[in-house]
Design a protein around this ligand. Structure first.
Ligand code: SF4
Length: 306
């Protein structure tokens, strides 16, 4: 088997990390690479452990996604009604277990499989009522999703029309691999609908560029006609949504956005040909401290730690 190589690729999440802080980007996409291997150097393993941490808000969002994925994948089973009725309690039980494991530090022994929480790793004092509110947010997302017309419409779709559920995929742009993980892609009434669940407080309308990347994936995979694609950002916590259509010109603008972003990312590398970031000295800390508050790499960062 050939050795894994850290190939340069693009994703919207990678773009956002790069824009937020170059040092964080270096830690996440270069210095932590390979740290999942117990035989990797200690620094890569430490940075990988930190990279895998979630803030409590990210954790709540992840569990809302996981519950919706479970519902969608089981919607056509004979006992789908029972699955839906127990979805909330099932998910909260998983959250309780993960919380206990994270608090006990179990993720440090196995960061690949055991989720760790930022708040536990950095020993932050979070009042119990705040943790309750986090879990309540996930519960509310599940309840509202089950009561939504989105769920009602999706339940009735035949299995063959579910094109992708939380599946990481990529398309190629000028030889560059562009990764995208739409939460759901379905075919309905001659259209390809791309869904993304949002559980934060941002207006769903602000997600147009990210969903545009998913629409580009749909254009590559499931239809060649831009007019047949609709992308929907749906927030089940707030029961709010925004729907986006993209013209052929919009798609070309999105491709230029990805090309420009990728060029920017290659600039600080020591050797762009081999995707070599060197020792990271070309990657500066963010100019202001705003992104540091929730950055998992705090204790590794020269601004705060060593
Ligand atoms: S702690 Fe702040 S400066 Fe350091 S990597 Fe994280 S976001 Fe960047």
């Amino acid at each position: 088997m050939s050795a894994l190589v850290n190939e340069f690729s693009w994703s919207h999440a990678r773009h956002e990390t790069f824009q937020a802080c170059l040092k964080r980007y270096y830690f996440a996409y270069y210095a932590s690479w390979g740290g999942w291997d117990p035989a990797a150097p200690a620094r890569a393993r430490e940075l990988y452990l930190l990279k895998r941490l979630s803030t409590r808000q990210q954790w709540a969002g992840h569990h809302a996604h996981q519950a919706i994925e479970f519902l969608l994948k089981n919607a056509r089973r004979a006992d789908a009604g029972d699955v839906a009725a127990t979805a909330e309690s099932r998910q909260l039980e998983i959250m309780r277990r993960e919380f206990r494991e994270s608090r006990a530090g179990a993720h440090r022994a196995d960061p690949v499989h055991v989720p760790g929480l930022f708040e536990h790793e950095y020993r932050l004092e979070i009042p119990p009522e705040e943790w309750k509110a986090v879990v309540g947010r996930t519960a509310q997302a599940i309840r509202r999703f089950l009561a939504s017309d989105v769920w009602r419409d999706l339940q009735g779709l035949p299995e063959d029309d579910l094109l992708a559920v939380e599946r990481r995929a990529h398309f190629t742009l000028d030889g560059l691999k562009v990764y995208a993980v739409p939460d759901l892609v379905v075919r309905r009434g001659g259209q390809v609908l791309v869904y993304d669940w949002k559980t934060g407080t941002a207006d769903p309308a602000t997600h147009r560029p990210q969903l545009g990347v998913y629409a580009l994936l749909a254009l590559d995979r499931w239809t060649a006609a831009p007019a047949e694609i609709e992308a929907i950002a749906y927030n089940p916590v707030l029961d709010r949504r925004a729907a986006f259509a993209y013209s052929a010109d919009d798609f070309e603008t999105l491709r230029d956005f990805i090309r420009d972003s990728a060029d920017e990312m290659l600039f600080p590398l020591e050797n762009p040909e081999t995707n070599d970031a060197g020792d990271g000295s070309n990657f500066d800390c963010a100019a202001d401290e705003t992104p540091c508050k929730t950055c998992p790499f705090l204790r590794a960062c020269p601004r705060w730690g060593p």
